[in-house]
Design a protein around this ligand. Structure first.
Ligand code: FAD
Length: 530
């Protein structure tokens, strides 16, 4: 077996550069042993440039590759994301009942000596009509009141609330590129137009007219939906999930704020519509808005109408960008000496920002399973198993948002709630949760992207009815638990004076490090502190 010394990443979007930076950091000491990482990207094909919402795992990844938080926020026009607000997912607009629910990133509170609050919330101990997310965590209240998840005095990537970010995808790829190059990754411009194979079916070299033939021991395909190596060349099967998740088109626009002081929500707003849903993401200087819809349930013209109605007059001059989506993944994302990371390996709709999270997982796994000795087979098998399992579980989690809807006002919703479109694995989970709530033991956490609390927030946000057996509660603890619900409400109020207004927190981070006079000590939240 030939040792792996030369790594060639093909593609320079988020997947390519994040993998490059992660491997460069992880293999730093290996450079002395001759391991070299090169990244070649086409000068003709742009990056996809969407993907502005993230999951809290991104903080650990940025810290691991060595980018400081202020630089990331400043250069990527980033804002904080504390969760997602889902509007009109349970029932259509104008119908009686709650019109939105919140999926916060912070776990339900559980203090030492108090039992898990969820069963007691199901029992009604938090008070009538108090949503689960509000009863068990301060985060919804904090986000509703326009506060950020942390204080200026908190260390990089840490804060009292769990959080992720919204960011400009193009700027993120640029930052990652600069950083990866500073870690020793060599950057080449070249369009891969031919691929030569070894006799065993692995890749021998790729050819570009700009750089000629490029040879490596390990190739990482980050060519986006094109999947130039793993798909076009190695013909790895694509497992479509379009029978479960129906959306296959997106229209995206960027909308400027009315004024530079416009408040920025620290959460994504996801609104359900007749044939899909819109994302609404607030960056520092603009909103990113998109309508993701099913072409089986809507014409493109009708979709554009929905998007324009949602945005209002601000879109009059803006032409939406149209994207075709292929939902699914490659169960064999690693074949011989070629591994696919990013859109080339798979894509699920961006409802819960799984795209970048899956890139993080793949980069982490690849670094961990790195086949130094050139023995690919066992690592590839393990990688493919773990990634496939993860995709399947994300499909279940996303379907959970649709299949519990009470909406029957369009074919899209009727089809989405039809039992034949729900995977058996999800049906089985829902059956168990009829008589008890989801718990840690329902999940193999290393295979899940979303923690049990995310499942709980969505399940009860969608108003799922769990008929808890009375024996599941310790009635002696009712008073203690009611006190705990009250404490959470009280602490939420107090947090308003402790946490800064969101835009002010973002501005603090933009100034931090730019100008030393604007240090932590001298910065004032000014207009924004409660
Ligand atoms: P790309 O950005 O497409 O990069 C491909 C690269 O390959 C480019 O550099 C190109 O030049 C290069 N290339 C292609 N062919 C060749 C060739 N022959 N030779 C050399 N180079 C080549 N993810 C999230 O986490 N959160 C979100 O909110 C989110 N929203 C999304 C919304 C939509 C509508 C879509 C479509 C995706 C969304 N995603 C989201 C997913 C996210 O955008 C991607 O996971 C992420 O941008 C990674 O893309 P990539 O690097 O795999 O591909």
């Amino acid at each position: 077996m030939k040792k792996v010394n030369q790594i060639l990443i093909v593609g320079g979007g988020t997947a390519g550069w994040l993998t490059a930076a992660f491997l460069a950091k992880h293999l730093a000491s290996q450079r002395d042993y001759g391991i070299q990482i090169r990244l070649v990207e086409s000068p003709e094909i742009g990056i996809i440039g969407v993907g502005e919402g993230s999951f809290p795992s991104i903080r650990g990844t940025l810290a691991a590759i060595g980018i400081d938080e202020a630089r990331f926020i400043r250069e990527c026009h980033a804002t904080f994301k504390q969760g997602i607000r889902f509007d009109h997912w349970v029932r259509p607009p104008q119908s009686a009942g709650s019109q939105h629910y919140f999926h916060p990133f912070s776990q339900p509170s559980q203090r030492t000596g108090t039992p898990e609050l969820l069963p007691y919330w199901l029992h009604g101990a938090a008070g009538k009509g108090i949503p689960f997310a509000q009863a068990v965590s301060m985060q919804k209240f904090i986000a509703d009141h326009g506060r950020g998840p942390k204080r200026a005095s908190d260390s990089d990537y840490l804060g009292p609330m769990n959080y992720a970010y919204h960011f400009d995808a193009g700027r993120f790829a640029t930052l990652l590129a600069e950083h990866a190059k500073s870690l020793g990754v060599k950057h080449l411009l070249g369009n891969v137009d031919q691929v030569q194979l070894h006799e065993d079916g692995g890749i021998r070299s790729v050819h570009t007219k700009e750089q000629g033939a490029l040879q490596a021991d390990l190739y990482i395909d980050c060519t986006g939906f094109r999947a130039r190596l793993i798909g076009e060349t190695l013909q790895s099967d694509f497992k479509s999930v379009s029978d479960v998740l129906f959306v296959d088109r997106a229209l995206a626009v960027q909308v400027p704020y009315a004024t530079p002081q416009t408040a920025i929500p620290s959460y994504t707003i996801s609104s359900a519509h007749e044939a899909g849903w819109t994302w609404d993401i607030g960056l520092q200087n603009r909103r990113g808005i998109g309508y993701v819809y099913s072409s089986r349930h809507s014409s493109d013209e009708r979709a554009e109408q929905i998007l324009r109605q949602y945005v209002g007059s601000a879109t009059a001059e803006i032409q939406p960008r149209k994207l075709e989506l292929k939902l699914g993944y490659r169960p064999q994302a690693w074949i011989k000496n070629c591994v696919a990371v990013g859109l080339s390996g798979g894509f699920l709709e961006p409802l819960e920002s799984s795209g970048v999270g899956l890139i993080e997982t793949a980069a982490y796994l690849l670094a961990y399973l790195f086949p130094f000795d050139g023995e690919f087979e066992a690592s590839a098998k393990h990688f493919n198993h773990l990634m496939s399992q993860r995709y399947d579980r994300i499909v279940d989690f996303i379907k959970l948002h649709y299949c519990l809807s009470q909406r029957q006002d369009s074919a899209f919703w009727r089809d989405n709630t039809d039992a034949t479109s729900i995977p058996t694995s999800l049906i089985e989970k829902l059956a168990m949760w009829r008589s008890r709530p989801p718990s840690r033991l329902d999940f193999i956490t290393d295979l899940e992207m979303y923690p049990p609390s995310s499942w709980q927030y969505v399940l009860y946000g969608m108003e799922y009815a769990t008929q808890l057996h009375p024996s599941a509660l310790d009635t002696n603890k009712l008073v203690l638990v009611q006190q705990e619900f009250q404490n959470i409400a009280n602490f939420s109020q107090r947090a308003l004076s402790d946490l800064p207004e969101h835009r002010a927190l973002v501005e603090y981070y933009c100034q931090k490090g730019q100008n030393t006079t604007n240090s932590k000590k001298t910065f004032s939240y000014g207009r924004v502190m409660a």
